[in-house]
Design a protein around this ligand. Structure first.
Ligand code: DX5
Ligand code: ZN
Length: 219
C-alpha cells in the first residue's frame, strides 16, 4: 500500500485546522509533523502544543519527524501529545537502539531516518525492529527544496536489502517530491510519500486526490 503523508510545514498556519481537514477528507493517510530544534537542523518549526491541537481535529496517524538532538528526552511528551509514529535520526541519537526501544515501549510505531550523507548500512542493525525507515531526499531543515536524485539509489538499495531478508518495512521519502518526480520515488521502492509544498501550496483537496489516484497504479 502506498501512503500519502502531507507535511504541514508547508501549510498556512493561520489556516492550519482547515488545511488538515481538507487533506484528511480528500484521502491523506498520515499527517507528517516536522519538529526542528535549531540544533540538529538550522531551523526551528513547531512542537508539542501544536501537536496537541492537531490531535483534536484528525484521527489520521500523526507521523512525527523529530529533527532534534537526543529525541529520547521528549518521546513521552510526544506520545502524550498524540503522536502515533515517531521517526528519529540516526545522526541525532547517542543510543539509537535504546531510543527505538523506548518508542516501542511507549506504544508507538518507530521510524529511523538517515540524512542524504548517511549510508544506509547504519540501518541494518534495526532490520525487523522498526515500522519504517525514512530516507531524506533533501538536507533536513527546510521545506520547498529540490529532491537530490542520488538519494533515490539509497532507497533502491534499502528496498533490495529488505526484500532479501523478507521484510516488508515501510520506506518513507521526504523532501522535494513533486508531480514531476514522484514516479521515480515510487519506482525506487518507497511506499510512504511525504509532500509539503506539493500538497499545501495550491488546491489541497485536488492535490491529495491527484496523488492518491496515481498511487493506485503502484498497488
Ligand atoms: C524537511 C522536512 C520535510 C519538508 C518537506 O526538513 O522534513 O518534511 O516539509 O517539504 P517539501 O515537500 O516542500 O520538500
Ligand atoms: Zn519531514
Amino acid at each position: 500500500m502506498i501512503l500519502l503523508s502531507p507535511s504541514i510545514l508547508a501549510a498556512d498556519f493561520s489556516e492550519l485546522g482547515n488545511a488538515i481537514r481538507k487533506a484528511d477528507e480528500a484521502g491523506a493517510d498520515y499527517i507528517h509533523f516536522d519538529v526542528m530544534d535549531g540544533m540538529f537542523v538550522p531551523n526551528i518549526s513547531f512542537g508539542l502544543p501544536v501537536l496537541r491541537s492537531v490531535r483534536k481535529i484528525t484521527e489520521l496517524t500523526l507521523d512525527v519527524h523529530l529533527m532534534i538532538e537526543e529525541p529520547a528526552r521528549f518521546l513521552k511528551n510526544f506520545k502524550d501529545a498524540g503522536a502515533n509514529l515517531i521517526t528519529v535520526h540516526t545522526e541525532a541519537c547517542s543510543d539509537l537502539m535504546g531510543t527505538v526501544r523506548m518508542i516501542n515501549d511507549l506504544g508507538m510505531q518507530a521510524g529511523v531516518s538517515v540524512k542524504p550523507g548517511t549510508d544506509i548500512s547504519v540501518l541494518e542493525p534495526l532490520f525487523g525492529k522498526v515500522k519504517m525507515f525514512l530516507v531524506m531526499t533533501v538536507e533536513p531543515g527546510f521545506g520547498g527544496q529540490k529532491l537530490m536524485p542520488e538519494c533515490l539509489s539509497k532507497v533502491k538499495e534499502l528496498r533490495g536489502l529488505l526484500n532479501k531478508r523478507g521484510l516488508r518495512t515501510d520506506i518513507e521519502v521526504d523532501g522535494g517530491v513533486t508531480r514531476d518526480n514522484v514516479e521515480k520515488v515510487l519506482n525506487a521502492g518507497a511506499n510512504v510519500i511525504v509532500m509539503g509544498s506539493s500538497i499545501f501550496k495550491g488546491d489541497i483537496s485536488e492535490n491529495v486526490r491527484f496523488f492518491k489516484e496515481l498511487f493506485k497504479q503502484y498497488e
